[in-house]
Design a protein around this ligand. Structure first.
Ligand code: SER
Length: 391
């Protein structure tokens, strides 16, 4: 059965055989000037080059990049969403055009990874009041014999409100037990694995689109999702890179139930990776996201048993994840920060319980109460809500 590392190698070899140079996979911290807190897509480190600057390695590039998405936080625990995940990518910086990229994408999935084209469905940009439908992609998929669904919003990619953007075409693979049915927008057993963006425009602050002088192609393939499909597992949590987490946590803390086990595996592993990129918990910015991940971990962990503690986390579990992401932070340091944060949160919860037991807070809370609890006692709203539902 193919492993995650073999999947990466197959992908990178395919593109290197087609003249793409390997770019070094970067950290979760995007380059200066990027509008996002964390790298959310493989193309972030390439933004200046997609805008037109020549890349020192040439016009065809490939690579792997770790990413973090908090927009999907509430969905973590389903079969496909993760907070930290890896993207494999290929880029044409003013070299070949969209149809070539789609043809290679199809060839790699079918011949390199052995996915039956009968289990593939694609979506293309169907046009809006500014840009016409993506006829070239549509025609290419027709020639390759794949079913096509046009959409508008779902098939437009941008890195933020301004900057490089364009229509995209997404490849979905069927994960149901029955024969494929429906379309990607009507049946979520179609799982998106690979997005090909035709980076053709620059969006200005007034919303207008300027055609790029040198259009490019930016593709991103979700590694864990693909491995899940190739290994035919129920969810991304059963693939090899998650096995140590999914098997160790119940041994440490007793039966957790599948949703909690998935959430804990995702959030703890993500926290380790964020710490591995030298972010530390803090009240705002990147550190705040990390703090939220750790606190969500702790509230999940303590719901059934408040004696559970992160100091139980085996060092080799932390090490395994840091190694996978090629991070050089010492595992002991990571565990120490996690444990310090647990201690701080424990103290805050204790204080919160004491304050909330006062008679004025026994009534339903008003906006003024929330403001007061935040400003005077340092108790954020989500924590107050948690403590109230907990009691
Ligand atoms: N930027 C696109 C995405 O994140 C393709 O890499 O989906």
């Amino acid at each position: 059965m193919i492993t995650t590392e073999q999947t990466v190698q197959t992908f990178l070899d395919f593109f290197r055989d087609r003249g793409h140079e390997l770019i070094p996979g970067g950290s979760l911290i995007p380059p200066p000037g990027d509008p996002v807190l964390f790298t959310t897509s493989g193309m972030h480190p390439l933004t200046p080059y997609l805008r037109g600057r020549p890349h020192p390695l040439g016009q065809r590039l490939t690579g792997r990049q770790r990413c973090l998405r908090t927009t999907d936080l509430e969905e973590v625990g389903d079969d496909t969403h993760l907070t930290v995940f890896e993207m494999l990518g290929s880029w044409s910086l003013g070299d070949y055009a969209g149809p070539q990229s789609l043809r290679w994408g199809f060839e790699l999935l079918r011949d390199g990874f052995g996915i039956d084209p009968g289990r593939m469905h694609v979506t293309v940009f169907g046009g809006d009041d500014q840009v016409e439908p993506d006829h070239h992609s549509w025609q290419t998929w027709n020639e390759l014999g794949l079913p096509v669904e046009p959409t508008t919003g779902d098939n437009w990619w941008s890195n933020g409100p301004t900057g490089p953007c364009g229509p995209d075409s997404e490849i979905f693979v069927w994960t149901g037990d029955e024969i494929p049915q429906g379309t990607p927008t009507s049946d979520d057993r179609w799982v998106e694995v690979w997005n090909h963006v035709m980076m053709r425009y620059l969006r200005h602050p007034d919303g207008s689109l300027e055609p790029l002088r040198r259009p490019g192609i930016d593709t991103g393939l979700g590694l864990e999702r693909l491995v899940r499909i190739l290994r035919n597992t129920r969810s991304v949590f059963e693939i090899d890179v998650f096995r140590p987490w999914m098997s160790t946590l119940p041994r440490l803390w007793g039966p957790l139930g599948e949703p909690s086990l998935r959430l804990l595996s995702d959030h703890l592993r993500s926290s380790v990776v964020v710490l591995g990129d030298n972010v530390t918990p803090s009240p705002s910015g990147r550190g705040h996201i990390l703090r939220r991940l750790i606190r969500r971990t702790l509230t999940t962990l303590w719901r059934d048993d408040p004696t559970r503690t992160l100091s139980d986390l085996p060092i080799d579990l932390v090490e395994h994840t840091l190694d996978h992401f090629r991070q050089s932070v010492r595992p002991e340091e990571v565990r120490t920060v996690l444990f310090d944060e647990e201690h701080k949160f424990g103290v805050l919860l204790q204080r919160g319980r004491k304050v909330l037991s006062r008679s004025r807070f026994l009534e339903p809370l008003t906006e003024d109460d929330y403001q007061y609890l935040h400003d005077t006692h340092g108790l954020p709203r989500d924590l107050v809500v948690y403590l109230n539902t907990d009691n």
